[in-house]
Ligand binder design. Structure first.
Ligand code: GDP
Length: 447
């Protein structure tokens, strides 16, 4: 889980601090020593850590804190505010041009996730009602154009490309004409990456910049490379004057050093984060929410947004009707489960709920609870191995069919029995709830 180590360390430190009634200067200083170690271990830039700790200490040793009724809370609040500030303060959005198309140039080293992020950004903008076009200007990596075309097709976003041999500047310029004639209001240019920064690459990017005058130059960096990502951002920023960063592979970054240092070192805000290989919309970066997560205060706002995104209002209404009429079937059960799965793994969801996080995860570890959706996949396989008639009426499923379904889904008969029993219980419960509601409208929408 993202920031796991740091979150655990900081929460531990603050727990100790809470144990004290009034705080002395020494209490604060020793807590700050631990904060410093925790940040360094999370691979945060040395200088950034030093400044951070200095700022927090100065504020925390101030009179107000020492005399507050709950001094530890005040210290946590200060750390929260300073962490938020460190990551850029408030959310930094895309600069949309008042005269379309808005031109977004994506840059980055090979393997950082640039092409994937171009697609994900296109999807995020499409969801906001924009009409993006993806531009294949990475002409060096052999499969890059095809890769972008495959992504475009999957996301139903047009991809502009030209014959092999055309130079990147010509492609970028020509894409603007394409956008005008096809009424695309956002142009996302996927430029070439290299294994390392070199003069030739920078020159090409500068040429594209000069010719198309992008409104946004987003550098894509791999969060898992920690301080390397920060160094890469620094050099690209010097040459290109970036407008923002996309931090990819945050799903695999348990330390968080790049996310915490890159704004302070480069002055460039993180605008988006990539959270997986799956082509889902690129997520905006919210410094305040990220800080809350690090401090174990959860991120309920993101959870609510994800839920709103995942649950289709029409489907919820249809479901609500079915429940009122007692027509809830295993198919509906499956579709509900799929919607819940869109929220992410159980582990990711827990991380967003305040006060849960690592302790709860530890507590659940020994129990028979699957944190990664394996159980959900098994249930899905079982339901899909039934005939449509059986899914609509589970009473049709006798002993021999249970055996066949178990075989078909690669599970055991006990698993099939367990699922059917759970489903029966759920139906009973729904009937009871319906009675309690006296057949009132609504009540079952969404979750
Ligand atoms: P490019 O060379 O910079 O264009 O990189 P690609 O877009 O081809 O991505 C390189 C690899 O990183 C691919 O296997 C992607 O699926 C993967 N990738 C991209 N973004 C993410 C992310 O946010 N999380 C994870 N786990 N993998 C990612």
């Amino acid at each position: 889980m993202i920031f796991e180590g740091l979150a655990d360390r900081l929460q531990e430190t603050f727990k100790k601090l809470r144990g004290h009634g009034k705080l002395t200067e020494d209490d604060v200083k020793s807590a700050m020593k631990e904060v410093r170690m925790a940040l360094l271990e999370a691979d945060v830039n040395f200088k950034v850590v030093k400044d951070f700790v200095k700022r927090v200490t100065e504020r925390a040793i101030g009179q107000d804190v020492m005399e507050a009724l709950t001094p530890a809370q005040v210290v946590i609040k200060i750390v929260n505010e300073e962490l938020t500030e460190l990551m850029g303060g408030s959310q930094s959005k895309i600069n949309m041009s008042s005269q379309p198309p808005t031109i977004i140039m994506m840059a980055g080293l090979q393997g950082a996730g640039k092409t994937t992020s171009a697609g994900k950004l296109g999807l995020a903008l499409k969801k906001q009602g924009k009409r993006p076009v993806l531009v294949a200007a990475d002409i060096y990596r052999p499969a890059a154009v095809t890769q972008l075309q495959v992504i475009g097709k999957q996301l139903n976003i047009p991809v502009f490309s030209m014959e092999p041999g055309t130079d990147a500047v010509t492609i970028a310029k020509s894409s603007l004409n394409y956008a005008f004639t096809h009424a695309n209001d956002v142009v996302i240019i996927d430029t070439a990456g290299r294994l390392h920064i070199n003069e030739e690459l920078m020159q090409e990017l500068k040429d594209i910049k000069r010719e198309v005058k992008p409104h946004e130059i987003l550098l894509v960096v791999d969060a898992m490379t920690g301080q390397d990502a920060v160094n890469v951002a620094e050099s690209f920023n010097k040459d290109l004057e970036l407008t923002g960063l996309v931090l990819t592979k945050m799903d695999g970054d348990s330390r968080g050093g790049a996310a915490l240092s890159v704004k302070a070192v480069t002055g460039c805000p993180i605008k988006f984060v990539g959270m997986g290989e799956k082509l889902e919309p690129l997520q905006p970066f919210h410094p305040d929410r990220m800080a809350s997560r690090i401090l174990g205060m959860g991120d309920v706002l993101s959870l609510i947004e994800k839920a709103q995104d995942a649950f289709d209002a029409k489907e919820a209404e249809a479901l609500s009707k079915k429940l009122r009429k007692d027509e809830f079937t295993l198919d509906d059960f499956l579709s509900q489960m799929k919607q819940v799965r869109k929220l992410g793994s159980f582990e990711q969801i827990i991380g967003m709920i305040p006060g849960l996080g690592s302790q709860v995860k530890d507590a659940l570890k020994d129990k028979d609870i699957d944190l990664n959706g394996k159980e959900m996949r098994r249930i899905e396989a079982i339901i899909l191995s039934m005939t449509p008639k059986e899914r609509a009426n589970t009473k049709l499923i006798n002993g021999s069919r249970r055996k066949r379904i178990a075989m078909g889904s690669g599970t055991r008969v006990q698993d099939v029995n367990k699922l059917l029993k759970q489903f029966e219980e759920m139906q009973k419960m729904m009937k009871r709830m319906k009675k309690m509601q006296g057949g009132k409208k609504g009540g079952f929408g969404g979750l």
